[in-house]
Design a protein around this ligand. Structure first.
Ligand code: PMP
Length: 363
């Protein structure tokens, strides 16, 4: 088996190589402390600096003012599916959900466990091939919040604009596109993202919450899952996932040093355009799954003429050093995830591989 040269995994996913090299350099003796960051108390001043720098750098990257709390939580984004309604959906109110794929379906299902969670829009009937157009959804002003998923990792669709929720707090699962483009943070009441796509490694979930919303949170939660308690303790209520937070801090610093979110967005747009152009110029051999105006810049999903050809494509791709190209097990097909850590060179190599494969196998 060849070593993996080009990593298109959906998450955990490719990290910027300089970040991995820095982790390696610092692993045995962190900043002259005589021990690894993996071995250090989370109450140590050295770790506290790492923790606070990660928060500060995220704030700078996102242009996130102090009126939002940034929390580092455990349990992955899937835990937030429950925590959002547990905190923000009181009895007698309802919450609105846009259902644009499996992950938002799961968020809705979790919402229904805890209260009156309602589907207000869904593209299930067409295989989740699109998200709503601006203005297509009307949200009842009495809703406790509107929940949506900004990038649908499995089907490969993405909101290009933030939906209009009026005065209703907007809650967003940004697991697969936070830090991939600039963000109009002021539009949101709460957003969450697990780190293992664009932010770093698995183990930490970032929750950003507008502080006035904290006052409205119901709090019968276990303390480490309680937004207000976590905000009050700077996410140091108990032992945080120190290594994941350290790596997140390195990724944030790396992005800041490379032009911040506008620069990364330009690169992501270019990478996605390269791959979508390859689909379009294939004469129908590679068929994109998402409607063109709703395509994701993060996860490019497509099919080949037959399941046999798809299996051959994946096997030949793996042989040629392309990892992680299989579609999610619920839908099959091909998916190339183009997160921030994936280089333009890798995408160009994939496009060339696709052209060669088509040349060889066009039926
Ligand atoms: N939401 C989205 C959009 C995702 O892509 C994923 C994971 N792929 C999840 C939620 C679940 O994340 P986790 O595994 O961190 O719970």
């Amino acid at each position: 088996m060849l070593p993996c040269r080009h990593n298109f995994n959906p998450g955990p996913a490719a990290l910027p190589p300089p970040v991995l090299e820095q982790v390696q350099r610092e692993l045995l003796d962190f900043e002259g402390s005589g021990m690894s960051i993996l071995e250090m108390s989370h109450r140590d001043a050295v770790y506290e600096r790492v923790h606070n720098a990660a928060i500060a750098d995220l704030r700078t990257l996102l242009g996130c003012p102090e009126e939002y709390a940034i929390l580092f939580m455990a349990g992955g984004a899937a835990t937030q599916f429950d925590l959002v309604p547990m905190h923000l959906l009181p009895s007698g109110r309802h919450a609105a959900y846009l259902v644009t794929g499996l992950w938002s379906e799961m968020a809705l299902r979790a919402g229904r466990k805890w209260g009156d969670a309602r589907e207000v829009w869904s593209s299930a009937a067409t295989g989740y091939d699109r998200v709503p157009e601006p203005g297509e959804v009307r949200i009842h002003p009495a809703a406790a919040y509107l929940h949506y998923t900004s990038n649908n990792t499995i089907v490969g669709t993405q909101f290009s604009e933030v939906p209009d929720a009026g005065e209703v707090p907007l809650v967003c699962d940004m697991s697969s596109d936070l830090l991939s483009r600039p963000l109009a943070l002021a539009r949101f009441g709460l957003l969450y993202a697990s780190a293992q796509k664009n932010l770093g490694i698995a183990g930490v979930t970032v929750v950003i919450i507008h502080r006035p919303l904290l006052a409205r949170c119901q709090s019968r939660m276990p303390r480490p899952l309680d937004y207000a308690q976590m905000a009050a303790t700077n996410s140091l209520l108990n032992t945080p996932p120190v290594f994941a937070i350290y790596v997140l801090g390195l990724v944030a610093k790396y992005q800041l040093a490379h032009g911040g979110l506008p620069a990364v967005a330009a690169q992501n747009t270019e990478k996605a355009a390269l791959l979508y152009a390859a689909l379009e110029h294939s004469g129908g051999f590679y068929r994109g799954c998402a409607q063109p105006q709703h395509r994701s810049q993060m996860n490019v999903t497509f099919r080949l003429p037959t399941p046999e050809l798809e299996a051959r494509f994946l096997a030949a791709g793996a042989q040629a050093g392309f990892a992680g190209l299989g579609g999610h097990r619920s839908v099959g097909g091909i998916r190339a995830s183009l997160y921030n850590g994936v280089s333009r060179v890798a995408v160009q190599a994939l496009v060339e591989f696709m052209q060669e494969f088509q040349h060889k196998w066009r039926p």
